[in-house]
Design a protein around this ligand. Structure first.
Ligand code: GZL
Length: 312
């Protein structure tokens, strides 16, 4: 196509009137549900027709959905990849079909030319912000930590563990006594925490609980209370996402810190897609969203109210 033809084709194909397929992981957490509702709002705002597929946290369902989008000839595909591996084949098929793919909130271990851009937070930083908060809070007091990991093999679980460990590395008084996946869900977080409490002298040996997301932390808080201990006091609680319910726990003195993760990955994704389709402009390969620490000093009641209206 000559430049003028490309201009006509791409201008014509700006965001309005586009059909975009979205392969979403599932609805395992409050944050995930918010990301879904915000993505639908952002598509609506832009006149984009969004074809939504919920994979119930199974990669094979995501792969099936992506193949379906390719067969339908959508203009672009959004994917929140449940795990980091196993994407080369299906994303290669999207590339062959000349359908741009954008990754949301998690990354993949595959060649960068398989996707237009990846919109996510710096998950290593989120883990180190959580670790730094604990270091500052406990000082040189001995502190045995139990860790609730996210979904095994997902980039947030790998990176948030890495960041937290880096932050506590220079502080011999702080150690991770037990670490297990709670798969980012409230129920599994509660179940795994019950096991940790039993294994750690009814919880008396535990100084802090670090969860890779707030939903597992909220489940763990219930387990701590069921064991007759005070979450937020007997056992410090630090996690990531900044969903409304963690602010509710904070306001009740049952949680101590959370690191915010914006649920709006789709806004930057659709903007990058629009610029690419309009003028062929290649976006940054990694669009990094900002993370911020919140503690009970940051008006948790107000933050709860503010977030309730954001699609959680
Ligand atoms: C992180 C995102 C995680 C959230 C969890 O970017 O993938 O997945 O922290 C969600 O709440 O399950």
């Amino acid at each position: 196509l000559g430049a003028s033809m490309i201009a006509i084709c791409c201008t014509a194909a700006s965001a309005a009137g586009l059909t975009v397929g979205f392969s979403q992981i599932g609805s395992e957490s409050g944050w995930r549900a918010a990301e879904t509702s915000v993505t639908k709002q952002e598509a609506e705002k832009r006149g984009i027709t969004l074809k939504f597929a919920d994979a119930q946290q199974k990669q094979e369902n995501q792969i099936k959905a992506i193949r379906g989008f390719i067969a339908q000839g959508v203009n672009a595909i959004l994917v929140a990849p449940v795990v980091a591996t196993g994407w080369e084949q299906v994303l290669g098929e999207a590339k062959d079909a000349k359908i741009p793919v954008i990754l949301l909130d998690r990354g993949i271990d595959a060649s960068k030319d398989l996707y237009l851009t990846s919109v996510a937070s710096d998950q290593v930083k989120e883990g180190s912000v959580a670790g730094d908060w604990l270091v500052k809070t406990v000082g040189d007091k001995p502190c045995r930590v139990v860790e609730l990991q996210g979904t095994v093999g997902s980039t947030p679980a790998i990176n948030r563990k890495k960041g937290f460990e880096e932050a506590i590395a220079g502080h011999k008084n702080i150690s991770i006594a037990r670490s297990q996946t709670g798969d980012f869900t409230r129920s599994k977080g509660k179940e795994v925490m019950e096991g940790f409490l039993k294994a750690e002298n009814g919880g008396k040996n535990i100084c802090a609980m670090y969860a890779h997301n707030d939903d597992m932390a909220v489940g763990a808080i219930q387990a701590i209370k069921d064991a007759g201990l005070k979450p937020g006091k007997d056992i410090l609680v630090v996690s990531i996402d900044a969903v409304p319910d963690i602010f509710q726990a904070m306001a009740a003195g049952e949680a101590n810190a959370t690191v915010e993760l914006t649920p709006n990955m789709a806004g930057p994704a659709f903007d990058a897609l629009d610029a690419y389709l309009k003028s062929g402009k290649q976006p940054e390969k990694f669009i990094i969203t900002q993370s911020k620490l919140y503690t009970p000093a940051d008006d948790p009641k107000g933050e709860y109210e503010r977030r309730k209206g954001l699609g959680y």
